[in-house]
Design a binder for this molecule. Structure first.
Ligand code: TLP
Length: 344
């Protein structure tokens, strides 16, 4: 059996031998007591890279988002985000269940909305209305197909937030990809936001972990909610070492994943019954539409031939490139899709 070509997600990346070595050698302590030197170093570097006062290491992207969300709000308040945002779409109802907040949804294009669109949603302070506390954006936008928020749009939102006494959070699970694609540093994107969550376990390839960054005071509050949510870990330096390794060695290679996504998208565009918005492929995610057969059917048939992709809706599929798939893997995926779609 030939190797599997796994394009389901960049969360499937496995640690490399060098990363495992760094993890094996990590110096550790008890992180709940704030005594793990490797976690402390990871938090220091992450905060420094994003230009914020402090960072907090947490087990997952979902927890980094939820801890940030809870730290910014009180139950009964609301946040403004879009209907496809991970925090709303994929976090198992956590905003309502854990923070007790509701989500007000801004109309968005590929996950991106403007300050004007948010302005339309704002309401006066009145006893009838849910107080709005936070604007929430996602960089890159997962269900938007890896779309990149332009820096100016973020700056405009930040200005509006300041005028209105709101906070701005960025779910930067794939912020690294945005920076690799545009050359705009993570810090410049982060400078407009009060807090940012980042993931080490997606394209960067670490096995576990995310971080939330912000002011010292905010992170202190977040530390309490991390504990409350069960995210206080002990000798977490073992996994933090993988994240540190990823930060140092894997950011530079993200451009390869973007080139592979482009190769895949261009190959797909040439196949019968496939619709791809080539301009929309900006990072490592390719979303394509199918006219020839239901998406689930293509996913099943490709799987039988060792190519794994995700059904995103009844007629769209998502493929994500990562260090798990090289150029040859992309060619093989295209061959498999071609064979299936020509013999349907
Ligand atoms: N996304 C996963 C799934 O949950 C959909 C994926 O395969 O893409 N923010 C964003 C923008 C994400 O894409 C994800 C993971 C998370 C947060 C949550 O991270 P984890 O899985 O570590 O909780």
């Amino acid at each position: 059996m030939t190797d599997i070509v796994d394009l389901r997600s960049d969360t499937l990346t496995r640690p490399t031998p060098a990363m495992r070595q760094a993890m094996a050698e990590a110096v550790v302590g008890d992180d709940v007591w704030n005594e793990d030197p490797t976690v402390i170093e990871l938090e220091r570097r992450t905060a420094e890279m994003l230009g914020k006062e402090a960072a907090l290491y947490v087990p997952s992207g979902t927890m980094s988002n939820q801890v940030a969300l809870r730290s910014h709000t009180e139950p009964g308040e609301e946040i403004i985000t879009d209907a496809d945002a991970h925090v709303y779409f994929y976090e198992a109802g956590a905003p309502a269940a854990l923070a007790g907040v509701s989500c007000r949804l801004a109309p968005a294009q590929r996950g991106i909305f403007s300050a004007d669109q948010v302005r339309q949603l704002l309401r006066p302070r009145d006893v009838h209305f849910t107080p709005t506390k936070l604007i929430w954006i996602e960089q890159t936008h997962n269900r938007g197909g890896g779309s990149i928020w332009p820096l100016e749009t973020i700056a405009e939102l930040s200005q509006l937030a300041q005028q209105q006494g709101l906070r701005l959070h960025m779910d930067g699970a794939r912020l690294w990809n945005a920076s690799a694609a545009t050359g705009i540093s993570e810090q410049r994107y982060a400078q407009h936001c009060d807090s940012v969550s980042v993931c080490f376990s997606k394209g960067l390839g670490a096995p576990v972990g995310s971080a939330v960054v912000g002011s010292r005071e905010f992170i202190q509050r977040a530390r309490r909610f991390r504990k409350q949510y069960g995210g206080g870990m002990r000798q977490a330096g073992i996994i933090a070492a993988g994240a540190l390794y990823a930060l140092q060695h894997h950011r530079q290679r993200l451009a390869e994943d973007h080139a592979h996504a482009r190769l895949l998208a261009e190959g797909l565009a040439a196949l019968p019954g496939v619709e791809v918005d080539l301009e929309g492929v900006q990072t490592n995610i390719v979303v394509f539409g199918l006219k020839a057969m239901p998406a689930a059917q293509l996913v099943d048939r490709a799987k039988q031939q060792g190519v794994l992709v995700l059904c995103r809706s009844p007629d769209t599929i998502r493929a994500v490139t990562s260090l798990e798939v090289g150029r040859q893997g992309i060619q093989r995926a295209l061959d498999v899709f071609r064979t299936i779609l020509s013999n349907k």
